[in-house]
Design a protein around this ligand. Structure first.
Ligand code: BES
Ligand code: MN
Ligand code: ZN
Length: 514
């Protein structure tokens, strides 16, 4: 889908030819009652007669309306015009248009009072989300896809930054949704690695892919243990985005890439097991984030690590009670082969040490317990570093991709003790999201670390089954916040030329006590 930003007055919007014109209307705009253009008049009339209000999500639709060049007209209430309400309104309006023969839509923000970066971005991202359709494994396309959305605003230069952010983000989210949605036989570790290689062709992005031999050489005994029950060979994907000086310490993103989770020998019940194709949504969010980075080009270095494999039961599969040696040297007793995510992540976390990162964030559909705790509204967030935790919380709020911090008290690690190894891969049922995070924490002593458990937020079940693309928006907002502003980078480079000093990023937060 293409986006275009256009400067149009409220009156000009009415003469814009397109398949559908969606006009966002705030309470404020209605109260002011200003505007003698056809849309404003219509809106005022509809409110007077009780047929429309500016509540978020309220719609009023018309067809071949007098004075409007667009074939269809949709008024969409946005309440106070907050980013969240704008998202609700755009989603409702665009979904309502889905089944018509609609290719070109004009979305007018012209009635909103100086929309902020967040408002413009929310509108674009919501359009992208509504315009996305999964088609890969369908023999014929369902309906004509939305081709173009023109965002109409009264001041194009003011809206440009939010628009650009939104377009970059929409591309990243769409990529994450697409890979999340693909069935396991169309999204094997090899195919995921192929997607990473494709990203490697974008500006400032490079992709390296390691196979079983290289991974064995690295000593990733825990990751290999999970992969050994499947005929699909594992892949370890290393992405880099070089947006800043070489010496600048990178942020490392680690995405769980279990392309299908049967549970292994500790096999899962059959009901809804198909949804375990989504067990690589952490990996997909890393791919999506890199897609957005390539678009937005912030001045920051980012590494993406994806341990990708299937978790299957077969003659080679790991058995409950098996003890393996992780790359860190710590031995792990695998008491439950269904707690495989932490087993692949721990070796990737150890691998992350070599980048001397300013922060490491892992993203994983890790525990059913996190779904019980937080549902589908907020992702679980854990961090050993208060500044990193705050930055992630803030990024979640500003991008409308929410998370909630959960505790990491040492007492929660009690249940991971075992007589047969340094650590067990499961504790009891209680506090399952936290004990999983405590397991991961053992492999993060060398850097500030955060863990996002997206088991409840990465996809939706039921009639709307499908990947959400979360938490790409959160991650991108966090990374943009860590980037050196361009002006500063230039000043630093000038300073470097004069003094010969290397520009070194200051760490995002102080290193935590060991
Ligand atoms: N991929 C699952 C977590 C999951 C389950 C996400 C359901 C979303 C919905 C993970 O690998 C897993 O199986 N976790 C186990 C851990 C348990 C064995 C300690 C779980 O949550 O049941
Ligand atoms: Mn599992
Ligand atoms: Zn899993």
């Amino acid at each position: 889908m293409d986006f275009e930003l256009k400067t149009l007055t409220r009156a000009r919007v009415c003469t814009e030819k397109c398949d559908a014109l969606v006009v966002l209307i705030s309470q404020e705009a209605l109260a002011q009652g200003a505007g003698d253009d056809p849309v404003s008049q219509l809106a005022a009339l509809a409110v007077k007669s009780g047929d429309f209000e500016a509540k978020p999500g309220k719609l009023l639709a018309g067809y071949r309306t007098v004075g409007i060049a667009a074939t269809r007209l949709v008024l969409a209430g946005v309440g106070d015009g907050s980013p969240k309400n704008v998202r609700t309104a755009v989603t409702a309006a665009m979904n309502g248009l889905k089944n018509g023969n609609i290719r070109r839509v004009v979305l007018s923000l012209a009635a909103l009072n100086e929309p902020s970066v967040e408002v413009v971005r929310a509108a674009v991202v919501a359009c992208g989300d509504a315009g996305y359709a999964y088609t890969l494994t369908k023999s014929k396309a369902a309906t004509a896809a939305l081709e173009r959305v023109v965002l109409a605003v009264t001041d194009g230069s003011r809206a440009q930054a939010g628009f650009d952010k939104g377009v970059g983000l929409a591309k990243g989210i769409a990529l994450a949704r697409e890979w999340g949605n693909r069935p396991a036989n169309h999204a094997t570790p090899i195919l995921l690695a192929g997607a990473a290689k494709e990203l490697g062709k974008l500006p400032k992005v490079k992709a390296d892919v390691l196979g079983p031999k290289e991974v064995a050489k690295l000593g990733m005994g825990s990751f290999m243990a999970v992969a050994q029950g499947s005929v699909e060979p594992l892949r370890f994907i290393v992405l880099r985005y070089d947006g800043a000086a070489k010496a600048a310490a990178p942020v490392v993103l680690v995405g769980k890439g279990i392309t299908f989770d049967t549970g292994g020998i500790s096999i899962k019940p059959a009901g809804e097991m198909d949804e375990m194709k989504f067990d690589m949504c952490g990996a997909a969010s890393v791919l999506g984030t890199f897609r957005a980075l390539a678009e937005l080009k912030p001045a920051i270095n980012v590494i993406g690590l994806i341990p990708a494999c299937e978790n299957m039961p077969d003659g080679h599969a790991i058995k409950p009670g098996d003890v393996v040696t992780s790359m860190s040297g710590q031995t792990i007793e695998i008491l439950n082969t269904d707690a495989e995510g932490r087993l692949v992540l721990c070796d990737a976390l150890t691998y992350a040490e070599r980048f001397k990162p300013q922060a490491v964030i892992d993203i994983a559909t890790l525990t059913g317990a996190c779904v019980v705790a937080l549902g589908g509204v907020r992702s679980g967030m854990f961090s050993s570093d208060d500044a990193l935790a705050k930055a992630l919380s803030d990024a979640g709020e500003s991008s409308l991709d929410l998370c909630w911090r959960l505790p990491l008290d040492e007492d929660y690690a009690e249940g991971l003790k075992t007589n047969f190894a340094d650590v067990a891969n499961v504790a009891g049922r209680a506090g399952g999201a936290i004990t999983a995070a405590k397991f991961l924490q053992r492999f993060t002593a060398k850097f500030p670390w955060a863990h996002l458990d997206i088991a409840g937020t990465a996809w939706k079940s039921g009639a709307a089954k499908g990947a959400t693309g979360r938490p790409v928006a959160l991650l991108v907002d966090y990374l943009l916040g860590q980037a050196t502003p361009i002006a500063k980078t230039k000043a630093k480079q000038a300073g470097k030329a004069a003094t010969g000093a290397r520009p070194v990023r200051k760490p995002a937060s102080k290193p935590r006590a060991a």
